[in-house]
Design a protein around this ligand. Structure first.
Ligand code: SF4
Ligand code: SF4
Length: 191
């Protein structure tokens, strides 16, 4: 059995789960550190991108949990700088995405990520409902989730005047297709 296939069968390890969900094998990383050197958020992260991969490679439950509890996975912007620099073409943004999903699934997301998670969910609510971003729904859903009710309130009139906030949502055709995509994603997430 190849080492990748072996790992793919071991979805009880986080590396195996990542391979299963994304097709990315963390064992390919040879720790050159180029991803961390180019990451614009590395200084803010509690674990750098290359350290994250090293921890996954070790396949130890404590380290797996530390990764899932880290702020790193929520700070990642999916800017793809690491992917562009990686000599092994490891798709780290995809790995980060899978780690975020797993962190939520196991209910161990970093408390500092509360607002980021609220934003992700509010953004998806808007897409699920309208088929595209509807800024007012995003803002209302985000504020309700975070209770930051007064934050940036004075910006709203300026945004209205500049036409950045449309009071009437633009709905796409084929929202039933969108609903099916969400249903499929939810189904996959529960597996
Ligand atoms: S750049 Fe690629 S090979 Fe180098 S440490 Fe980062 S992920 Fe690993
Ligand atoms: S995609 Fe994420 S980990 Fe990669 S460079 Fe951008 S912020 Fe850093």
């Amino acid at each position: 059995m190849s080492s990748d296939l072996h790992t793919a069968c071991q979805t009880d390890t986080l590396a195996g789960r990542v391979l299963h969900d994304t097709g990315v094998s963390v064992t390919e990383c040879y720790q050159c550190g180029k991803c961390s050197a180019g990451c614009p958020l590395a200084d803010e992260m509690d674990i750098t991108p290359s350290q994250t991969l090293r921890m996954l490679q070790l396949e130890m439950p404590d380290l797996d949990e530390e990764v899932l509890r880290s702020s790193t996975i929520w700070l990642c912007l999916t800017c793809e700088m690491c992917y562009a620099r990686c000599p092994k073409e490891i798709d780290l943004p995809k790995v980060m995405d899978a780690l975020r999903a797993e962190s939520l699934r196991r209910k161990v997301a970093n408390p500092k990520a509360r607002d980021i998670i609220a934003f992700h969910r509010s953004f998806l609510d808007s897409i699920r409902t309208c088929g595209r971003l509807y800024e007012i729904l995003l803002i209302v859903a985000y504020k309700m989730r975070t209770r930051h009710l007064l934050q940036d309130l004075l910006l709203a009139p300026k945004l209205f005047v500049r036409g950045k906030l449309n009071p009437i949502p633009e709905l796409i055709h084929g929202r039933d297709h969108m609903a099916r995509i969400f249903a499929r994603a939810a189904n996959k997430e529960s597996q």
